[in-house]
Design a binder for this molecule. Sequence first.
Ligand code: SAH
Length: 243
Amino acid sequence: MKKIYVIGLGPGGYQYMTEQAKLAIEESEVITGYTVYVKLIEELCEGKEVYATAMKQEIDRCKKALEYALSGKTTAMVCSGDAGVYGMAGIMYEVCEAYPEVDIQVIPGVTAALSGAAVLGAPLIHDFCLISLSDLLTPWEKIEKRLLLASDADFCIVLYNPSSVKRADYLMKACDLMLQYKSPDTPCGYVKNIGREGEEYTIVSLKELRDAKVDMFTTVFIGNSQTKVINNKLVTPRGYKNI
Ligand code: SAH
């Protein structure tokens, strides 16, 4: 049996991980992943072979996982949040395309949109969409179009990868696009280090968000036209009357 688990660990520590993820890690003989995430589950890796690499070595990591699996070792590839949301699940299937004998099982995890929403209150109670501001693998023109159309359609929007050293002004550019359709007073929020040490959230208006300083460990939430702030929490009503 040649098996690869692609596991979403959730946002941070063990308490955010599903039981299914823990069991899959336990069953695996080899653990692969980005160094930071492997570190998060250090205790579960005891006695196992570990192959951890730096960021931006995703394909190499998947090929290595495939090698281990082909040698008969059950292998886990761990990702933060959910492995199928800007994670490794898709790449793993592509890398293993010529090896149908390898059984790939994706184990879902709590993605940053959901864990961050829970910190902020209930911003995503209705239709929402996720947009990554990283243009490493997506042309910026496409990101712009998605921001504009999602704003026009009055979606709540969650921004992943809102900033990096090279892309310091991307959040500002994104806000300017959303402001073409959304009110400057639209309630927004952002959460840093969800489920990790230093977790903190901030609630601002869309016009204030434009000048916010966020880093790559932050997830940003933009409300729809109904979203409001209740006791310093971000809430999108579902539409019930007479509350
Ligand atoms: N697979 C991950 C997303 C990876 S993309 C998931 O499902 O959550 C990386 C982006 O996710 C970061 O730039 C940030 O916007 C968001 N993110 C992931 N983990 C986070 C955390 N613990 N706190 C805040 N944002 C996080």
